[in-house]
Ligand binder design. Structure first.
Ligand code: FAD
Length: 460
C-alpha cells in the first residue's frame, strides 16, 4: 500500500501528524510538495519568502534522504498534481494539514472531490500549523474571539497534543518522478541578511534560544538593540518548527520568560482564528472606522520616505532599514513603524501591510494584516486611538541608541540617546549629518489624527 503526504505550510519531519499517519497506514509514502502558481498569483511570490522556502524544501529533502526517502516536488495545479502522483504511485490515501485561508479551504474541497471520485481518500489533520485550530475555542454566541485576553485564558487550558518524533524511515516508491526543487541561488532580489531556512536551523534556534535566552525574554523582549526574541517567526510561518512543540518545550523549561513566549505564540493563533472567521479582514477593516486616509502627491511622498527609511525619525528609519536588509523586523520596530505610518502620517494601513509583505520572510496574511489593523486601530485593539511617540519610544526601547546607530550609520557618531533627536543639533553640527529632517511634526501629526478620529483618543 502507498499513501501520499501533501506538505503545504508544514515543512518539517518532527511533530507532523499527517506524515505519522501516512507512515503508519502504508508500506510506502510519497512526501509531496507542489509549487502551485496560484499561490504565487495570490501575492506570495516575495523573493525573501521564495528563498527561505527553497532552503526549507532542500532541508526537508535532506531529512527524508537520511530516512531512506526523498522529497517529490511537482510544478502545477495542486489538485491536478496530487491526483497524478496518486495514480502513478497507485496510492489509496492522501494526508495533509488543515489550512484556514479561503484559498486553502477551496483547495481542500476541490482535492477531496477529485480524490473521492477516483475512489481514494483525503485525510485532513488539525492542529498542525496552529496550536489550537481556529474555531475550536469560541466565546458564547460568536464563532471567534475578538479580544485577546479571554481567548488566551481559554487557549492555555486547552489540552496539548504530545509532540510526535520524526519517523525513523520513510520508504518512497521509485516510480514517482520529481521536478527540480527550487534553488535559493536562483531567486533574485533577496535581502542580504536573510536567515537560513529549514527545519534543522529552526530546531537549532529553538533549542539554543530556550537554553540561553529564554530567561532574559520577559524583561528584554522589547529591547530593540538587545535582540532577545527567538526569531522563530519565519520557521513557524513555513511550519519548519511546530508551534505545538515550541509550546511544549517552553512549558517543560518553565520560568517567566518561557511563559511570556508561550503567550506570544497564542497571539499567532489568535490572529489565525480571527482571519478564519472573518477572511475579508485581509483587506477590509475589522472594525470599519470610516477613516479618510491621506491620499495624493504629498501622501505618496511620505509613503516613499517611510518605505525607504528616510522619515527623519531615527528609530522608525532604523526599523524599516532592518526590514530591507534582513527581511525581518523586531516586533517593537514593527509597532513603531506601523503606528507612525497609520497615525502620525495618517496613511492607509493597507499600504504599510503591502510593503511589509513584499519583504517579510515571516510575512503571513493572518499575522501581518491583523497586526497592522491592531496598530491602525481598525482591528482588535481595545485602545484603537493610542499613538506611539517615536522619540519617547526610541528613548525607552533603545535607551543608549545602539539600534539606531547600527541601522542608521549616518548618525553613528551621535552619542547616547541624543541619536533619537538629531534635529536638536544646532547649525553646523546639524549640517554634518547627512540625515533628513523630520517629514512631519509630531504635534501636527497628532492633531491631524485626533481631528480625523474624533473623540476618545489617548496617548502612550
Ligand atoms: P518572539 O517574540 O520570539 O515570539 C515568538 C513567536 O510568537 C513569534 O515567532 C511569532 O510566531 C509569535 N508572535 C509574537 N508576537 C506576535 C504577534 N503580535 N502576532 C502574532 N504572532 C506573534 N508576525 C508574523 O509571524 N508574520 C507577520 O507577517 C507579522 N507582521 C506583523 C506586522 C506588524 C505591523 C506587527 C506589529 C507585528 C507583526 N508580526 C508578524 C508579529 C510579530 O512582530 C512577529 O511575530 C515577531 O516580531 C517575530 O519575531 P520573533 O520570532 O523573534 O518573536
Amino acid at each position: 500500500t502507498v499513501s501520499v503526504v501533501l506538505f503545504t505550510s508544514d515543512l518539517r519531519l518532527h511533530d507532523h501528524p499527517p506524515l505519522r499517519a501516512a507512515v503508519e497506514a502504508a508500506h510506502e509514502v510519497v512526501p509531496l510538495f507542489v509549487r502551485d502558481p496560484a499561490v504565487d498569483r495570490a501575492g506570495f511570490a516575495a523573493p525573501n519568502r521564495l528563498a527561505f522556502l527553497a532552503d526549507c524544501l532542500a532541508d526537508l529533502d535532506a531529512g527524508l534522504r537520511e530516512r531512506g526517502g526523498r522529497l517529490v516536488v511537482r510544478d502545477g495545479d495542486t489538485v491536478a498534481e496530487v491526483c497524478r502522483v496518486v495514480r502513478q504511485a497507485d496510492a489509496d490515501e492522501v494526508h495533509m494539514a488543515a489550512g484556514h485561508s479561503v484559498f486553502a479551504r477551496a483547495r481542500e474541497a476541490r482535492l477531496r472531490g477529485a480524490l473521492e471520485s477516483d475512489g481514494r481518500r483525503l485525510y485532513v489533520h488539525d492542529a498542525v500549523t496552529t496550536v489550537v485550530p481556529p474555531g475550536d475555542v469560541t466565546p458564547q454566541g460568536s464563532e471567534h474571539f475578538a479580544v485577546f485576553t479571554p481567548y488566551f485564558r481559554r487557549w492555555v487550558s486547552e489540552p496539548l497534543r504530545t509532540p510526535l518524533a520524526a519517523p525513523r524511515s520513510v520508504p518512497v516508491p521509485r516510480s514517482v518522478r520529481s521536478d527540480r526543487p527550487p534553488a535559493r541561488a536562483s531567486v533574485a532580489d533577496v535581502s542580504p541578511g536573510l536567515a537560513t531556512g529549514g527545519e534543522s536551523e529552526g530546531r537549532r534556534r529553538l533549542g539554543a534560544w530556550l537554553s540561553r535566552h529564554a530567561d532574559a525574554y520577559e524583561a528584554g523582549h522589547d529591547d530593540l538593540a538587545g535582540d532577545a526574541t527567538s526569531r522563530l517567526s519565519p520557521y513557524l510561518h513555513f511550519g519548519a518548527v511546530s508551534a505545538t512543540e515550541a509550546v511544549h518545550r517552553a512549558r517543560a523549561r518553565g520560568g517567566a520568560g518561557a511563559e511570556a513566549f508561550v503567550r506570544q505564540l497564542c497571539w499567532r493563533d489568535f490572529h489565525h482564528q480571527v482571519l478564519a472567521a472573518r477572511p475579508e479582514t485581509a483587506v477590509e477593516d475589522y472594525r470599519p472606522r470610516h477613516d479618510r486616509w491621506r491620499r495624493g502627491e504629498e501622501a505618496e511622498g511620505d509613503l516613499r520616505a517611510w518605505r525607504e527609511g528616510r522619515t527623519g525619525y531615527p528609530v522608525v528609519d532604523a526599523a524599516l532599514r532592518q526590514l530591507a536588509y534582513e527581511g525581518w523586523m523586531h516586533n517593537r520596530g514593527r509597532l513603531l513603524a506601523a503606528s507612525f505610518l497609520t497615525k502620525t502620517l495618517y496613511l492607509d494601513w493597507r499600504e504599510g501591510a503591502r510593503h511589509f509583505l513584499s519583504l517579510l520572510v515571516d510575512g503571513d496574511v493572518a499575522n501581518n494584516q491583523l497586526n497592522w489593523q491592531w496598530v491602525a486601530g481598525t482591528g482588535t485593539d481595545s485602545r484603537p486611538n493610542r499613538v506611539l511617540n517615536p522619540v519617547l519610544q526610541g528613548k525607552r526601547y533603545d535607551p543608549d541608541g545602539a539600534y539606531v546607530r547600527y541601522w542608521v550609520p549616518e548618525l553613528a557618531a551621535l552619542p547616547g540617546p541624543s541619536v533619537h533627536e538629531p534635529w536638536r543639533l544646532k547649525g553646523l553640527d546639524r549640517a554634518e549629518y547627512a540625515y533628513p529632517d523630520p517629514i512631519v511634526d509630531l504635534a501636527d501629526g497628532l492633531s491631524r489624527f485626533r481631528d480625523a478620529r474624533g473623540r476618545d483618543w489617548d496617548r502612550t
